[in-house]
Design a protein around this ligand. Structure first.
Ligand SMILES: Cc1cc2nc3c(=O)[nH]c(=O)nc-3n(C[C@H](O)[C@H](O)[C@H](O)COP(=O)(O)OP(=O)(O)OC[C@H]3O[C@@H](n4cnc5c(N)ncnc54)[C@H](O)[C@@H]3O)c2cc1C
Length: 571
């Protein structure tokens, strides 16, 4: 479908016309005159150019293909799939047909909007307001998400681009949302979809296989080791193409209808991490190529940026993230029943069974009295009882202990060894001292926690009470406890500890976009030809992680809408 060979033009001619001395691979933008944009000055041309090859980008490509466009997909890494390829492949899709047909669940638009308003923009929530307090922009986006998410996923399923089913747990049950205990949630089950692989939950790798094969079978060209480095626009603002860094030099590709960016977040750009995020984040699970390229390219285009201070938060094992900024996976859940997480004061901070994004937020708490982040690095403590069933970072009895597990035969010894481990990391994390009261407080914390084991009720943090706690924490050893998620921590050692830090699955700030996926300028006008989706964009979810699949549900929906809108434009 590409017209590349026929329209391949003299690179020297282009550079002359564009006033370039040499092809530059520095990230940025280039403005050319309207006359130049119309001239035959490009190496190749396609209707729609897609940057990235994760879920959002592939959905953009498929949306464009469905609109009859010729499509090229340009991936910076040596392999396709991005962070999506590492993921669980879940997608949060309200009002999907499978939740009704498989589990008889009825979704409801008002309940959905109230829930999203409450958890995504808690500081604005107003149950009397017609938008529940959301800005007009977010109101429009989230209405568009409700209206389009199910139809997009149903279409992808119907054509074989992404077969879907309700995500089910080990006992066959559909998932609650991440904040199902909140009244506004409505306790609706089954919004989380999985890739349907022979009736079983598939993975993110399956998602990429299905979507990329479908895109190629339908005419898209996929190129790896092709990094988009410049956005080309014509005077007046329309985006008309890109420059791409390849092994053979810079390739200039004209996009007759639009360019869609699904280039992921900026987790692996240390400057952006420290400048945009609120707390020190040392890295995360995103693929290493997610370095915020789009933000650098957009800077010269007067693009409106948003949500830069938010991420899909994820706890990480501190020593792993110090060794590899891009870790294979994070601490999705904290396992065990006789297990607690404490801060440098030896105090618990949250329901340890709650979901990762919210636990990670606790790292951001700042204490004005001591002038520090008391929860910045946390300590997950467990005993041999918890190791009986292991899981979620707890090595089962008999398994080798990874080197990041600290041990102590007594709580005194454990505390000493924890401090020694922090000291050994000081070149990377600075001085991190357990408070003088750590040991005494830890003993008190354990005594109090063991009291909760007796009553079965955690009056501090409601451990085990949220619907999502039970959904992800099955217990394989029945100890007959009143609350299966709480067991007394042993009076005698050995004890174990793992140091935790704040990380991300990836960030979720970037260009703000409209309901067509079109990037807005600083005056809120859509920039023709310029689209964004997924973690490269300012997520409509604001602060929240709405439910399992919350990142891909949004990314794929708006990616597909962007592709369709781009394809519908005049060439
Ligand atoms: C272990 C794990 C499990 C997860 N499970 C889930 C889950 O079940 N459900 C869910 O919703 N989320 C999940 N997530 C999060 C989810 O993977 C990401 O949020 C999501 O995949 C992001 O998709 P994306 O398309 O926006 O970006 P990505 O999938 O990260 O794709 C971005 C791509 O753009 C490429 N790129 C970057 N810059 C350029 C450039 N200049 N030119 C060309 N290409 C470029 C990158 O190399 C990358 O391939 C999980 C994450 C992890 C790590």
């Amino acid at each position: 479908m590409s017209t590349n060979e026929n329209s391949r033009v003299s690179r020297r001619g282009f550079m002359k016309a564009a006033g370039l001395g040499a092809a530059s691979s520095a990230l940025g933008a280039l403005t050319i005159s309207s006359a130049q944009a119309q001239e035959d000055l490009w190496d190749e041309e396609f209707d729609v150019v897609v940057a990235g090859s994760g879920g959002a980008a592939l959905a953009g490509a498929i949306g464009a293909l469905h609109g009859g466009a010729s499509v090229v997909i340009l991936e910076k890494a040596a392999f396709i799939g991005g962070t999506t390829g590492k993921s669980g492949g879940g997608s949060w899709v309200p009002n999907n047909k499978w939740m009704k047909s498989e589990f008889g669940q009825q979704d409801d638009k008002e309940t959905f909007l109230r829930y999203v308003a409450k958890v995504s923009f808690p500081e604005l929530y107003n149950d009397k307001s017609p938008t529940f307090g959301m800005t007009d922009h977010h109101w429009a986006q989230l209405n568009a998400f409700w209206d389009n998410a199910a139809p997009v996923f149903e279409k992808l399923d119907e054509v074989g681009a992404l077969p879907a089913k309700v995500f089910t747990s080990w006992d066959g049950k559909p998932a609650p949302d991440y904040h199902g205990q909140i009244a506004e949630n409505g306790q609706i089950l089954g919004r989380q979809l999985a890739v349907n692989v022979d009736g079983k939950n598939g993975s993110g790798a399956d998602m990429i296989d299905f979507m990329s094969i479908y895109a190629e079978d339908n005419g898209a060209e996929i190129r790896t080791e092709n990094r988009v480095v410049k956005i080309v626009r014509e005077e007046g603002g329309r985006v008309v193409g890109v420059h791409v860094e390849t092994a053979d030099g810079v390739n200039r590709i004209r996009a007759k209808k639009g360019v869609i960016f699904g280039t992921g977040g900026f987790t692996h750009n240390p400057h952006m991490r420290t400048q945009f995020l609120r707390t020190p984040v040392l890295g995360g699970c995103a693929v290493p190529t997610n370095e915020g390229d789009l933000i650098n390219m957009s800077a010269e285009l007067g693009v409106k940026l948003g949500n830069l201070n938010e991420a899909w938060n994820q706890q990480v094992i501190l020593e792993q993230v110090l060794e590899f900024s891009s870790v294979p996976s994070g601490v999705f859940f904290l396992g065990g029943d006789s297990s607690i997480a404490v801060n440098k004061f030896g105090k618990r901070m949250y329901d340890e069974k709650y979901v990762y994004p919210e636990r990670t937020r606790s790292h951001q708490v700042y204490d004005q009295w001591t002038g520090e982040y008391p929860n910045l690095y946390q300590i997950f403590i467990f005993d041999d009882g918890a190791r009986e069933f292991g899981g979620y970072e707890i090595p089962r009895v008999g398994a080798d202990l990874p080197k990041h597990v600290i041990t102590g035969n007594t709580l005194e010894e454990l505390a000493e060894n924890i401090q020694a481990r922090f000291d050994s990391l000081s070149e990377r994390i600075g001085t991190y001292k357990l408070d003088d009261a750590f040991l005494d407080n830890l003993k008190e914390t354990i005594t109090r926690y063991n009291g909760f084991a007796e009553t079965g009720v955690d009056t501090d943090f409601h451990r085990g009470e949220a619907p999502i706690d039970a959904y992800f924490h099955y217990i394989t050893v029945d100890k007959g406890n009143k609350n299966p998620y709480i067991a007394a921590i042993s009076d005698t050692g050995p004890y174990y500890a793992i140091l935790l830090g704040a990380g991300t699955l990836d960030t979720k700030g970037g260009p703000v976009f409209d309901t067509n996926g079109q990037v807005l300028d600083v005056k809120d006008n859509p920039i023709p030809g310029f689209y964004v989706a997924g973690n490269a964009s300012a997520s409509p979810s604001g602060k929240s992680y709405l439910g399992g699949g919350g990142t891909l549900g949004l990314g794929i929906t708006f990616g597909y809408l962007a592709g369709q809108h781009a394809a519908s434009q005049e060439a």
